[in-house]
Design a protein around this ligand. Structure first.
Ligand SMILES: Nc1nc2c(ncn2[C@@H]2O[C@H](COP(=O)(O)OP(=O)(O)OP(=O)(O)O)[C@@H](O)[C@H]2O)c(=O)[nH]1
Ligand SMILES: [Mg+2]
Length: 208
């Protein structure tokens, strides 16, 4: 079966919420490959998870930025083949320094120590492009030697000409980061754009 077709079959099969881990000691045993979703609050992490799995409300989406503050685990496959991790968002306004520091420690320790973490997807809002907080995140990923794909989200929200520009800029930025995949994925969870290709990529990354 072609990769994308196999991916679609798998993602439309068993995908189940496993647990929320507010601290590393609550992580599940590292028994399966993991793919992590990271990005600023409100970038569309939970929506992308829902789009990939063809569910409306597997991962909770929110209008209040910064809602997801734990590592949320989902299992894919029957029996389980790999796990998806919805990471807490960063960069939300008005977060107290203590909360930011807790976030940084949790994410950094997770990235550095999680042996089964195969790949991260770093989501970037198409309307905003890469912000300084995203560059910091990219540096954290580089330093932890976690390879990652940069994924543009909400592509339906801007004009094609602007999208072309932001894709070029984002690609140029990604190519300066040692752990970043050189090609940028363009997606819209709302319209389904780029979702089938990304499913295939995730399957490939998980090596299952
Ligand atoms: N138009 C459009 N809106 C989207 C898309 N993806 C997400 N959104 C909207 O963006 C908002 C935030 O989406 P979430 O998926 O909750 O974002 P998140 O990154 O999980 O946010 P936190 O968990 O708070 O970090 C919601 O109102 C979504 O409906 C998209 O592809 N197109
Ligand atoms: Mg979320």
């Amino acid at each position: 079966m072609a990769l994308e077709e196999r991916a679609r079959a798998l993602f439309s099969g068993r995908v189940e919420f496993l647990k929320s881990a507010p601290q590393l000691k609550f992580l599940p045993d590292p028994d399966f490959p993991e793919i992590a979703f990271c990005g600023r609050s409100n970038v569309g992490k939970s929506s992308l998870l829902n789009a990939l799995t063809g569910r409306k409300s597997l991962a909770r989406t929110s209008v209040t930025p910064g809602r997801t503050q734990e590592l949320n685990y989902f299992e894919v496959g029957q029996p389980t083949l790999f796990r998806l991790v919805d990471m807490p968002g960063y960069g939300f306004a008005k977060a107290p320094p203590k909360v930011v520091e807790q976030w940084r420690r949790l994410v950094r320790d997770f990235l550095r120590g999680r042996v089964v973490l195969k790949r991260a997807l770093l989501l970037i809002d198409s309307r905003h492009g890469i912000k300084p907080v995203d560059t910091e995140m990219m540096q954290m990923l580089d330093e932890a030697a976690v390879s990652y794909r940069v994924v543009l989200t909400k592509a339906d929200k801007i004009k094609a000409s602007e999208l072309e520009q932001v894709v070029a800029q984002t690609q140029a930025a990604a190519r300066k980061h040692i752990a970043a995949h050189p090609d940028v994925s363009v997606t819209s969870s709302e319209k389904g754009l780029g979702i089938a290709a990304l499913r295939g990529a995730v399957l490939d990354d998980a090596a299952v």
